[in-house]
Structure formats: structure tokens, C-alpha cells
Design a protein around this ligand. Structure first.
Ligand SMILES: NC(=O)c1ccc[n+]([C@@H]2O[C@H](COP(=O)([O-])OP(=O)(O)OC[C@H]3O[C@@H](n4cnc5c(N)ncnc54)[C@H](OP(=O)(O)O)[C@@H]3O)[C@@H](O)[C@H]2O)c1
Length: 298
């Protein structure tokens, strides 16, 4: 019997992993390590999994939360703040080593190579820590950009906006999006399967889309003329600062702006067959999710 401990199980990705893992193994083989156990969802509470408290900022809590498990799913901390993120991930990896976890599965992000993109720095530092510190076998899951997150790259645009001009900095390029449910299902299957020891895996879509193509599709679907404008970083800040819901403040936007240089270099054009192979079916198409998120019938 293999015992699994999942972090991030209340989040967008972790909740999907849990949902699919519950179809593969008995609930009694699963522990969820929650930052805030009182915030456990009804799905978690009703599933029969064991709930423990594990805060990335509190190493002792992580040791207690992971004890007795064989495999740990370490979902990356959602903050942009690089130092906190890496320190939190190191706390979890060190705790995993202390309590004898046999494999750490770390959810990284699907950028190519040794990118200098800000959002990847904490992932790359964590990957290096896993690879170089030794002591615990690992599998790095470079999860594709969520199809559901297309607006984050597309100037935070929503149909409710009166402006049909989407301003991005630096450049455009293709992204091989994957939807959250497919990523959750594939991650759960990889957790259960043998293999992938000390490997870095890419879970991405089989087709990629530029932001210009998204502008054309959104225009067609909504009967509007949504235009993509590639401007300077200042143009991007001016157009997007203060937009609701997406941390549209200046410091965050400046960090995120580095992503568009990577986009232009093709660093997100990573079409890998693994997601499709693990799912044993076609991943859900990006256009399907795009239609859903625009409130259209898929
Ligand atoms: N691939 C992509 O396109 C993409 C897009 C967006 C984000 N990401 C990244 O992928 C990761 C997972 O994404 P997500 O969308 O699932 O994130 P999410 O929905 O924000 O979930 C984050 C999870 O981390 C937990 N958490 C927060 N602070 C914690 C702490 N101190 N200790 C332990 N757990 C803590 C949260 O628990 P509570 O619910 O208790 O707060 C939540 O379960 C994040 O690093 C995120 O930045 C990837």
C-alpha cells in the first residue's frame, strides 16, 4: 500500500488532483496537508481523506503533516515573491527528507530551458534544490499554462471591457495551454504509476496558440474587433494597472512583463505528447475552454 500526502488540495490544481486520485486509490490512502484546515472544502471533508495542518512557513507542521506518507505532491506556493516561495518549497522538501518520504512530486511550470522569466525563477531554484540536495527521489511536473488562465497573458481582457484593445509588452508567441482538469487527472495518474524517478516531465497541450490568434478567435466568437497591440512595458502598465481581480499593481505587472520576452522566444511553445499519453485521450481543446470562459456553449 502506498500512502499519498497532497498539499494545495484547496487550490485550483490540487483540488483536481485530489478529485482524480480518489478515483484511483482508497481515500484511506490519502492525507491532505492544509495550510488552513478550517478552510477544508466540503469535497475534502466528505471524501474520507485524513486532514492535517501543514504550513509552508512552519517546518514542524510540515514534518507532522507528511509523516507516514510515501509520496508527497508539493504544489508550488502561489505567491510571486521569489524568496518566500523558494524558502517555503525548501521547508517542504527538507521535511519530506526528515520523515522519509520516498518521492517528492513538485508542480513546476512549463517554460523551456533555463529561462530568465520572473515567474519561473522560484520554480528553477526549487527544481535545482531537488536535483542537487539529494536524499529524496523526485519527479518534476512542469505543468502547462492553464487554458483557464488565458486572460492573464491576454492583457487581463474580459468581454465586459469597453476597450477592444489588448496591450502586451515586448512580443507575442505561442502557448501550449492545458486545462486544469486534464492537468489534475494526469498528475494523479503519474502519482499512482511507477516510474518517472528523478525526471522532469512536461504536461502541455498538443497545439499552441499565439495571443494574436486568440484575439482573432475572440473577435470571431463575440462578433467584436479585439486587437492585440504589442507596445512598450510602459504602454502595458498604463493599459493594465489597477485592473480588477488580477493583482494589476505596478510591481506585479513589471515582473509579469518578463514573461512576454520568453513568449517571443518561443519558450511556451512546448507541445509534448505526455499529457495525451497519460490521459489516453485527446486533452480538452483550448478553444473549448475559451468558449466556456466567454460564456458560450462549447
Ligand atoms: N500553470 C499555470 O498556468 C499556473 C497559473 C496560475 C498559477 N500557477 C501556479 O501553480 C501553483 C498552483 O496553482 P493553483 O492555481 O492551484 O493555486 P491556488 O488555487 O492559489 O492554490 C494554492 C494552494 O496553496 C495553498 N497555500 C497557500 N499558502 C500556503 C502555505 N503557507 N502553506 C501551505 N499551503 C499554502 C492554498 O491553501 P489555502 O486554500 O488554505 O490558502 C491553496 O491550496 C501556484 O504556484 C501557482 O502560482 C500556475
Amino acid at each position: 500500500m502506498t500512502k499519498f500526502v497532497l498539499t494545495g488540495a484547496t487550490g485550483q490544481l490540487g483540488s483536481r488532483v485530489l478529485q482524480h486520485l480518489l478515483k484511483l486509490v482508497p481515500a484511506t490512502d490519502i492525507i491532505v496537508s492544509l495550510y488552513n484546515p478550517s478552510g477544508a472544502t466540503s469535497t475534502i471533508k466528505e471524501s474520507g481523506v485524513e486532514i492535517r495542518r501543514g504550513d509552508y512557513a512552519d517546518p514542524a507542521s510540515l514534518g507532522a503533516a507528511f509523516a507516514g506518507a510515501d509520496k508527497l505532491l508539493l504544489v508550488s506556493h502561489p505567491a510571486m515573491a521569489h524568496e518566500h516561495r523558494v524558502a517555503y518549497h525548501k521547508n517542504a522538501i527538507d521535511a519530506a527528507k526528515r520523515v522519509g518520504i520516498k518521492r517528492v512530486y513538485y508542480t513546476s511550470l512549463a517554460f523551456a530551458g533555463d529561462t530568465d522569466t520572473f515567474v519561473m525563477r522560484a520554480h528553477l531554484d526549487t527544481e535545482r534544490y531537488l536535483q542537487e540536495s539529494g536524499g529524496v527521489p523526485y519527479t518534476i511536473l512542469r505543468e502547462g499554462v492553464y487554458s483557464e488562465a488565458w486572460r492573464v497573458y491576454f492583457g487581463f481582457w474580459t468581454p465586459a471591457e469597453t476597450s477592444d484593445e489588448v496591450v502586451i509588452p515586448h512580443g507575442d508567441g505561442p502557448i501550449a495551454y492545458a486545462c486544469l482538469d486534464d492537468l489534475g487527472e494526469a498528475t494523479a495518474k503519474i502519482l499512482v504509476e511507477a516510474g518517472y524517478e528523478n525526471e522532469t516531465l512536461l504536461l502541455t497541450g498538443t497545439r499552441s496558440f499565439t495571443l494574436k490568434q486568440i484575439a482573432a478567435t475572440v473577435s470571431r466568437l463575440l462578433g467584436r474587433d479585439v486587437k492585440l497591440v504589442v507596445g512598450s512595458e510602459e504602454d502595458y502598465l498604463k493599459a493594465n494597472k489597477g485592473k480588477p481581480g488580477l493583482r494589476g499593481e505596478e510591481a506585479h505587472l513589471r515582473k509579469f512583463a518578463t514573461t512576454y520576452k520568453a513568449l517571443e522566444r518561443g519558450e511556451l511553445d512546448l507541445k509534448d505528447p505526455l499529457l495525451q499519453n497519460v490521459l489516453d485521450r485527446e486533452p480538452k481543446s483550448f478553444e473549448h475552454t475559451l468558449r466556456e470562459s466567454l460564456g458560450l456553449h462549447p
